[in-house]
Design a binder for this molecule. Structure first.
Ligand SMILES: O=C(O)[C@H]1O[C@H](OP(=O)(O)OP(=O)(O)OC[C@H]2O[C@@H](n3ccc(=O)[nH]c3=O)[C@H](O)[C@@H]2O)[C@H](O)[C@@H](O)[C@@H]1O
Length: 462
């Protein structure tokens, strides 16, 4: 196949690369012109016989050269203008599509909201940018930081990967708590610059991401957009910022992929991702490493293990199972090889929030200034899990108990969709360095989730 292509391509490629076409067309034109004019018999005659003709000939030459030069200048200017205007157009398009109301950024009301939200109310409090603040983990972390007196501003693009009304509900909770959530995308470098110029963030808690393991099959581009391009855009802003903030961000347990050594420790293999989602998170871990290495950004990566709880994500199994069980619809339970149950180290949101806050508290300052590294900076990776995996059928039976409804279960072979058979966190490192200590078992955590669900969706309870 390759050789076939390489056979068919060269014809064009040789043509393109040939010395003939590599010649400057202008030179070629001049060369042609020199053949046509100076050596034409008529012109030679004029030069020999007639002084007036000589002057005429010089004037002719002068005008010819002038015309050609003018033509070239105008053509060049036109091309340049065309190039610039198309760049400008692209730039305008990006601004217009990525943020429909850029002027709002500079409005006094907007700036006031951002500044108020960043107001610190405790000694040595942090000023934190929380990305993905209208998301599940982001909203909980932003609220906890604000509650203890840190200055917090959120950023979220409110995309419609799942019901955006849930994101709006989280936003309104944050609003009541005094956290302003900016509607914008982490890919918007102009917005980020504006924000960092205005606020000297001490920390960035980066929780914005395209989540979900199985959706990556449908829309791989959205993972690259948020988890790779967006991450790099944000890191670029952080490394340029003065002061550089410490950067804490969400990786994922999915980076362990096909690793079979249990429980998963941070030093285990992470080079066999099973899903494109996992691959983007793994790539993120490599990107942050380079920003730490080159620019002295202080980095802490957190590998979350299947986080659940109130205001959770509707795309996750515990949430969609609850919806379907209550609606009397069947649920699909995947099984591994030999009908083995799948298992997850389900981790309750409150434990995760504690891990996030402890990561911020123990993060050292970045060492760079003015975009230059001034010394080695902290680089850490922690598992944040619950340390006790539970099988999916057990998860379902706990939900049945709390909901007081029997589930209609369909067991099917796990499709090849990026899933892994089990996860199990070793949290020794987080315990030692962050004081992380998960305390909520799945039964108690799901009880809190179900209570929230029934209230939020006004489910009649008996
Ligand atoms: O911890 C992680 O790294 C990841 O945890 C979850 O991913 P996952 O563990 O796959 O969570 P769910 O989608 O809720 O699935 C939980 C379990 O239920 C199973 N499942 C899911 C859906 C379904 O219809 N049936 C079913 O049996 C899955 O195979 C899996 O074993 C999140 O969705 C990811 O964003 C996150 O990064």
């Amino acid at each position: 196949m390759k050789s076939k292509n390489s056979n068919s391509l060269p014809a064009d490629m040789y043509l393109f690369d040939s010395p003939k076409t590599l010649q400057n067309p202008l030179l070629q034109h001049r060369e042609n012109a020199s053949h046509l004019h100076p050596s034409t018999p008529g012109k030679a005659k004029m030069e020999r016989n007639n002084h007036f003709g000589d002057v005429q000939s010089r004037s002719y030459n002068f005008f010819f050269v002038l015309c050609v030069s003018l033509f070239i200048l105008m053509a060049g200017a036109y091309m340049l203008r065309g190039e610039n205007s198309s760049v400008e157009k692209k730039f305008r398009d990006v601004r217009e599509t990525e943020n429909a109301i850029p002027e709002m950024w500079r409005s006094q009301a907007w700036q006031k909201s951002v500044r108020q939200s960043c107001h610190v109310k405790r000694d040595d409090g942090f000023v934190v940018l929380v990305t993905g603040a209208a998301g599940f983990v982001g909203s909980h972390v932003a609220k906890a930081l604000k509650k203890r007196g840190d200055g917090v501003v959120g950023l979220d693009n409110f995309n419609n990967y799942y019901d955006p009304s849930l994101k709006r509900a989280r936003q309104s909770l944050l609003d009541k708590a005094g956290v302003f959530v900016i509607e914008g995308d982490i890919n918007d470098a102009i917005l980020l610059k504006e924000l960092f110029d205005m606020i000297p963030f001490t920390h960035v808690m980066h929780l914005a991401a395209q989540a979900g393991v199985r959706y990556a099959l449908e829309n791989p581009g959205s993972y690259v957009h948020s988890n790779i391009a967006g991450l790099v855009t944000l890191l670029e802003q952080c490394r340029k910022a003065n002061p550089q903030p410490a950067f804490v961000w969400a990786s994922s347990s999915s980076v362990y992929g096909l690793n079979t050594k249990v429980p998963f420790a941070e030093s285990d293999r992470t080079d066999q991702p099973a899903s494109l989602y996992a691959a983007t998170k793994k790539a993120g871990e490599e990107f942050v490493h380079t920003y730490n290495h080159i620019y002295g950004l202080s980095i802490t990566g957190l590998r979350f293990f299947t986080v659940y709880g109130p205001y959770g994500r509707p795309d996750m199994a515990y949430f969609s199972f609850t919806q379907n069980i209550l609606a009397g619809k069947p649920i699909t339970i995947y099984q591994g090889a030999g009908k083995a149950d799948l298992a997850r180290d389900f981790t309750f949101i409150d434990d995760i929030v504690k891990g996030c806050v402890a990561s911020l508290d123990t993060a050292e300052k970045s060492t760079g200034t003015g975009g230059k590294k001034r010394g080695p900076a902290q680089l850490r990776t922690f598992n944040l899990g619950n340390t006790s995996p539970v099988t999916v059928p057990t998860l379902v039976s706990i939900l049945e108990k709390h909901l007081k409804v029997k589930a209609k279960k369909n067991f099917v072979k796990m499709p090849r969709n990026g899933d892994v058979p089990f996860t199990h966190a070793n949290v020794t490192l987080a315990r030692n360095e962050l004081g992380y200590n998960p305390t909520t078992d799945l039964t108690s955590g799901l009880k809190k989730f179900v209570k929230w669900y029934q209230t939020y969706y006004e489910v009649a309870t008996s």
